[in-house]
Ligand binder design. Structure first.
Ligand SMILES: [Zn+2]
Length: 304
C-alpha cells in the first residue's frame, strides 16, 4: 500500500463553493493523521470515505480560523460515534485554552482521552511525534501568527539478514545486531563485513512535509530536503507578490522554488486565495520553476 495524502480543503481564509478551508489526511503505514482542520472538515471526511475513527492524531499549524475552526465538530463527532481510543492534538497552546473553555461552557464530556501537545517556535526541527514506524518533526514557518510545519517520515527498520548468511559467515550476536542496524563491521582479523552485501536492502523510506501558511522562507528547503511529497501553500499568483509579502503568504513560484531547492520529488500547492475560481495560473507559474507540481483540489489524493 502506498502512502496517501487526501486533500479535504484547499482554499485560503474564505471557503468557496468548490473549496473548503485547509485540511488534509495523511495515511502513512496504516496510520491516519489529520493535518489542519478548517471549518467543515468532518463533512469532507465523510465525503472522502476515509476511516474517520482511525485518525489517531491531529496536527494544527497555527491559530488562524481557517486552519482550526473544524476541530470542535470533529472532537464532538468522535464522542457521538462512541470513540474509546485516545486522540492527541498537536497544536499551539492557545488551542487547548480555547477548547477547555468551549468544553466548560458546553459541559462537553468525552468518552475518550483527549490530550493536547503544544507546538513551539523553533528554528531547528524537533521531534514531536514518534511511534514504532513513523516520526514527525515540527519546524517554524514565517507567518503573522506563530506557524508550524510538519515533516512526516517513515522510520528505518532493522534490516533482515540474507538467508543463511549468519551460519556461512559465523556471525556473532553483536555483528548481527550491528549489520541489522545498517553498520559495516570490522572483524578482529581486519576483514570488513559489508551491510550492503549481507542484508536485504530496504525500499527507500517515504516522507511528506506540510508547509502551511508562510511567507517565502528558503531555510525550509534544508529541513524538508529530499522529501517525496511536499505540500506548500501558494495563496497568490506571482503578480500579487506584494500582497503575499504583506500578508506573509507565498506565491506559486515561491512554493515551487522551495520544492526545487529541497530536491523534493513532487509538490502539491494549495490554500488558494478565494478570488481565483480558475487556479490554472498557479499551476502554470509553479510548473515553470518545478515541473512536478500538482494542484490541491478538494478530495483529490496523491500516492507516494
Ligand atoms: Zn494563516
Amino acid at each position: 500500500m502506498p502512502n496517501r495524502l487526501t486533500i479535504l480543503g484547499s482554499s485560503s481564509a474564505l471557503p468557496t463553493s468548490a473549496r473548503f478551508p485547509s485540511a488534509q489526511v495523511l495515511e502513512m503505514l496504516g496510520r491516519y493523521f489529520l493535518i489542519d482542520c478548517g471549518e467543515g472538515t468532518q463533512i469532507q471526511l465523510r465525503r472522502s470515505k476515509l476511516p474517520f475513527a482511525k485518525i489517531s492524531a491531529v496536527f494544527i499549524s497555527h491559530m488562524h480560523g481557517d486552519h482550526f475552526y473544524g476541530i470542535f465538530g470533529v472532537i464532538a463527532s468522535f464522542a457521538m460515534l462512541g470513540r474509546k481510543n485516545p486522540l492527541v492534538i498537536y497544536a499551539p497552546p492557545e488551542l487547548e485554552e480555547i477548547y477547555t473553555h468551549h468544553a466548560k461552557v458546553l459541559r462537553e464530556e468525552l468518552p475518550y482521552p483527549l490530550k493536547f501537545v503544544h507546538t513551539k517556535q523553533s528554528k531547528l526541527p524537533y521531534l514531536i511525534y514518534e511511534d514504532k514506524a513513523v516520526e514527525v518533526y515540527a519546524f517554524q514557518l514565517r507567518h503573522r501568527a506563530p506557524s508550524t510545519g510538519f515533516l512526516f517520515k517513515e522510520k528505518p527498520k532493522l534490516l533482515p539478514l540474507r538467508k543463511g548468511i549468519h551460519i556461512e559467515m559465523k556471525l556473532s550476536i553483536k555483528e548481527i545486531a550491528g549489520l541489522r542496524q545498517g553498520m559495516d563491521i570490522t572483524r578482529g582479523d581486519g576483514s570488513i563485513l559489508l551491510c550492503s552485501e549481507l542484508t536485504v536492502q530496504p525500499k527507500k523510506l517515504s516522507s511528506f512535509a506540510y508547509c502551511s501558511d508562510t511567507a517565502y522562507c528558503p531555510e525550509i528547503s534544508e529541513i524538508v530536503k529530499d522529501v517525496d511529497l511536499l505540500y506548500h501553500e501558494a495563496t497568490f499568483p506571482n503578480e500579487m507578490a506584494a500582497r503575499a509579502r504583506e500578508t506573509m503568504h507565498s506565491t506559486a513560484s515561491q512554493a515551487a522554488e522551495i520544492a526545487k531547492k529541497a530536491n523534493a520529488s513532487k509538490l502539491v500547492i494549495g490554500h488558494f486565495s478565494a478570488r481565483f475560481h480558475d487556479v490554472s495560473i498557479f499551476l502554470r507559474q509553479a510548473k515553470a520553476v518545478f515541473p512536478e507540481t500538482m494542484i490541491a483540489d478538494d478530495l483529490r489524493y496523491f500516492d507516494f
